[in-house]
Design a protein around this ligand. Structure first.
Ligand SMILES: C[S@@+](CC[C@H](N)C(=O)[O-])C[C@H]1O[C@@H](n2cnc3c(N)ncnc32)[C@H](O)[C@@H]1O
Length: 474
């Protein structure tokens, strides 16, 4: 664990304790950095560099409470933000440390300020009796001489006493490794995950993105009011929902006519056929967000010529097809020489050919470079064979800067990485097709084959073995 920074009550800056939810740990700092950039907040880079990514506590020095509230208002990984009054490895250390924060605490000791104290443990559930003992120790004249009354239902101030039992084993035994105390400032935006649960929507598919990840993607792309956002592999539009929720205008393309027209096989097991109102537009309407719907086109994302105007999108956010649930296809002909007669063209349904993984990502980066506004962001998932992974395998374009790269482990061998890039050069024709993907992990075996090979092996091996399928496949 990184050594917590000391706070200085007399300075303008105050230390805030970010208490993260215990999932998507690899994404915490990337989300925080993107949100800080969005709100124009300078983050203390040293705290971020030294932070152990597994640790759910991060001390941050900020210049105002407003900044702490801004970060929390958008974050889906922060549970709560607490103004840190003291911390230490033992209760005695904590109580000593609290004595240094008198300036900070005195205004809250007054009789008129009602309060509630929450005692919580990370990696250990604390018995009620123990919690009461802690509160009794804290609320003494020697430690915290609060004069206000306790109000459990509607307190003016909430205080947190948090014991960190480390991350070595579940429900760790022994003493806490570190203890924090402070005043609650704000909760993160995690309620929105429940509000946007995919299963509550009319239109869903096998590859709809779960709400926490879609919200995270919107944050990494810094989606804000009045932006224009596109998902070129839009499917059921799950990634567009949080973008519209943040008041951005949204559009998408998908090659699957049947899916977009509610004629594809339903993904709910109790449903025989899709109902005609299953659409991305209707999903947005269910959230009261229809006014942010621009359009959804049945189109092949590899065909950039359909867009007349370069540099139009503020963000491109997508989950490209990488062939676990469905093979990637693009419009093309096995026999490119053949041509259609005018009669044949009338009802012609174009042929499709396989869309190789490197081509998908090169096309996507080239699309980003040409059609993003300068400074606009491209956020996408990239599948990875974990043993072969190196950062240089990530697709790159000389005019698209890598901003963040976070791993979501899918099973022992396979993960996907959420990549965010920013367009850092204005569009020039001679740089348009400059994207490169150095290594194609999947030339010899498809991602799908590798994914299911692991799943099969897991089934064969003993039941007591580690549960390999940690996450829903894409
Ligand atoms: C992983 S899914 C994305 C799912 C989506 N995020 C959702 O919310 O449902 C990939 C999507 O890309 C579409 N797709 C495959 N090849 C395409 C292409 N060449 N152009 C556009 N869309 C394509 C598939 O039809 C599929 O809906």
């Amino acid at each position: 664990m990184a050594a917590p920074m000391k706070h200085n009550a007399s300075a303008l800056c105050r230390t805030y304790l970010l208490y993260f939810a215990n999932h998507h740990v690899d994404f915490r700092i990337s989300e925080l950095v993107a949100l800080a950039e969005m709100f124009g907040i300078d983050l203390p880079t040293e705290s971020l560099k030294t932070h152990d990514k597994e640790c759910p506590f991060l001390n941050l020095t900020l210049t105002s409470e407003v900044q702490a509230k801004q970060l929390a208002s958008r974050s889906v990984l922060i549970k709560s933000v607490i103004e840190l009054w003291g911390h230490g490895n033992t209760q005695e250390d904590l109580f000593q440390d609290l004595k240094k924060s008198t300036d900070l605490m005195v205004p809250y000791f007054s009789e008129s300020s009602s309060l509630k104290v929450i005692v919580d443990g990370f990696n250990r559930s604390l018995p009620q009796k123990y919690k009461i003992q802690i509160i009794e120790k804290l609320l003494t004249d020697d430690v915290l001489p609060f004069k206000g009354r306790i109000d459990l239902k509607n307190p003016e101030q909430i205080y947190y006493y948090l014991e960190d039992f480390g991350r070595q084993s579940k429900n760790a035994k022994g003493d806490p490794q570190h203890i924090y105390f402070g005043r609650w400032v704000a909760d993160g935006n995690r309620d929105e995950i429940q509000n946007q649960l995919v299963t509550k929507r009319s239109f869903i598919g096998n590859t709809s993105m779960e709400a926490s990840l879609s919200l995270l993607m919107a944050n990494l792309s810094k989606v804000q009011k009045n932006m224009l956002v596109i998902d070129p592999f839009v499917g059921t539009g799950s990634i567009l929902v949080p973008c519209a929720y943040h008041k951005a205008y949204v559009m998408g393309t998908d090659i699957n006519y049947l899916l977009l027209h509610a004629k594809a096989k339903p993904s709910r097991s109790n449903q025989k056929e899709r109902s005609p109102n299953e659409s991305i537009r209707n999903n947005l309407a269910e959230y009261g967000l229809e006014s942010y719907y621009c359009d959804i086109l049945v189109a092949d994302a590899s065909k950039h010529a359909m867009w007349r105007q370069p540099e139009i999108f503020d963000a491109i956010i997508t989950d490209p097809p990488y062939g676990i649930r469905e093979g990637a296809k693009k419009v093309g002909r096995e026999d490119p020489q053949g041509s259609l007669t005018p009669d044949q063209k009338v009802d012609h349904i174009p042929q499709k050919v396989d869309y190789g993984l490197s081509n998908i990502f090169n096309d996507l980066l080239n699309f980003g470079y040409k059609f993003l506004l300068l400074g606009g962001r491209l956020t996408y998932w990239f599948p990875v064979h974990r043993a072969d992974y190196k950062e240089e395998n990530i697709p790159h374009h000389p005019c698209m800067k890598l901003m963040s790269n976070c791993e979501q482990v899918l099973n022992k061998r396979i993960s996907r990485r959420l990549i965010t890039m920013e367009k850092c050069q204005p569009y020039r024709e001679d740089q348009y097709l400059a994207s490169q993907t150095n290594v194609d992990h999947y030339l010899n075996a498809s991602f799908r084959d590798m994914y299911f090979k692991v799943a099969e092996n897991a089934q064969k091996s003993s039941k007591s073995e580690e549960n390999l399928q940690t996450n829903k496949p894409p």
